[in-house]
Design a protein around this ligand. Sequence first.
Ligand SMILES: Cc1cc2nc3c(=O)[nH]c(=O)nc-3n(C[C@H](O)[C@H](O)[C@H](O)COP(=O)(O)OP(=O)(O)OC[C@H]3O[C@@H](n4cnc5c(N)ncnc54)[C@H](O)[C@@H]3O)c2cc1C
Length: 559
Amino acid sequence: MLRATNIDSLSRETFDVLVLGAGINGAVAASALAAKGARVALIDRGDFAGFTSQESSNLAWGGIKYMESFEFPLVRKLCKSRNLLLRSYPSAVQEIRFYTAHERGFRHGLFKLFLGTWLYWIIGSFFTKIPRLLSRRAMAREEPIIHLDGCDGGFEYSDAYLVDNDARFVWGFVRAALDHGARAANYVESLGARREGDAWLTRARDVVSGEELTIRSRVLVNACGPFVDAHNGLTGQRTSHRHIFSKGIHLIVARLTPSRRVLTFFADDGRLFFVIPMGPRTCIGTTDTRVEGPHAAVTPEDRRFVLSNINKRLDLPRPLREADIIAERCGVRPLAVEDGGGGEDWLQLSRKHAIEVNRAQAHVSIFGGKLTDCINVGDEICAAVQELGVALPRPAQRWYGEPGEEVRQEFFRRARLLDLDALTPQSSSEELSARLWRRYGAQALELLEEIRSDRRMADALVEGAEDVRCEIAYAARREMVVKLEDLLRRRTKIALLVRRDELARSPGLREASRILFGDDADRRLEEYFQDHGARQPAEGIPVLNKPPPAPSRRQADPT
Ligand SMILES: Cc1cc2nc3c(=O)[nH]c(=O)nc-3n(C[C@H](O)[C@H](O)[C@H](O)COP(=O)(O)OP(=O)(O)OC[C@H]3O[C@@H](n4cnc5c(N)ncnc54)[C@H](O)[C@@H]3O)c2cc1C
């Protein structure tokens, strides 16, 4: 309903700004502009956050890697961005310890790296907990699954992570943009745009109905992520930046350790390599492979690389095998390079974003970027759009962050009165009040009311996942779910936590589909499983039949 109304408005209204692409860059651009009073439209040819922004490591990272190349101003900038996220999203972005094992003979000694973490902590304004040097004995006690042969100890430092995953974080910005009056629609593709007088006319197609529409705006913001260059080709934009691509994968397996830490290792290729908590599961990754285009898939070699690295570094009851993989993630990082660039040391390429403005044509392109830096991107887009002559009636309006303390206290007061946490499903890794507040903010009060009138609304719906019934009903009403995958992969992380064959048998999923799609539920289920055929588990234990790539001399970007 909301989507249909918005699509109707897209073709009838004239907008100050049309933002193309609703990954993190497009979502923050739309959210910041709408909050400051611009008339904003936002479209994505897939679902919100349906491309790169659903494939990250979910880390808000201060750039510890750049310490190695002495890029301290960059580290300072990224630490400030991380700290801002931690301050603004105290429940959705949380500090987490990185528990790092150090192998003897590594290119930097243990004590030197430990000093580096201190410097990192100082550059990060002492915002996080203090780093700690770890003896082998302490490591054996605290994280017995780490294989300590060859290690001379370790260290622990802090960065931050997105508790509910990247795609949900992006959705929060889309929701905020909608709340500020933006017209946003998923599954609407731009087919190109032309300038007529002082306006852009963008030809778009509703991917669901096949209908075409024209969207009129004064400014066009190209936030198409890995497809920025392709779309600039359609509008005749010449830019001094372009993208090159780096593929990264993650494998999700059953929870490996009960602690809420990121276990950190240096993989065979010299990169930092993480074992990251993901609710009741563990996410392992990532890799960094140069690829030619935006579309990439996990290959058998990728799986072997990740599994063999992790099996070497963890003492598990038995090695992890392909059959243990519950779900996979694979994305390409769009890396911004200046014209003629890209030939330099691959691992040294910085992950900075670049914003290019074509003043004559009121066109803005966003290259590169990270989830960590998203608030800066939103602010920079507002500045660029203002420069292009669009007045922002509320320039000082704060456009990001969780609701204020008063709302929070009111929610938790009402949750206590309802004894909400006593209803937390047994399978849940956290209390229901914490979950609902983090995921819905002020709207969580609405969910409380539903639970008050029917306690079954607090039951977990899909076995193995943590989402409760009223969340699915809320998604159906307010979260623009077009396909079942939008719910399972992005509004929630059910598809990452539960194997597809288990999902296919789940009565809870059938009910969820009914809540979302009513009489069309069975067809939507069928469509989902057709699009997501089960991955064949490999036979036996994978063997590394090719020597791993030679260790790089410098540290690559861990995310
Ligand atoms: C493996 C991996 C790990 C990472 N880890 C981290 C991390 O831990 N921390 C961090 O900060 N960053 C991380 N990153 C980087 C971060 O995920 C990306 O920089 C970010 O998600 C890119 O967002 P984006 O909005 O530019 O692109 P996208 O998310 O790809 O969004 C672009 C959108 O444009 C849409 N689009 C394209 N063409 C059209 C069209 N013609 N019409 C309409 N819409 C269109 C697409 O459908 C897409 O949804 C990681 C990246 C990868 C790949």
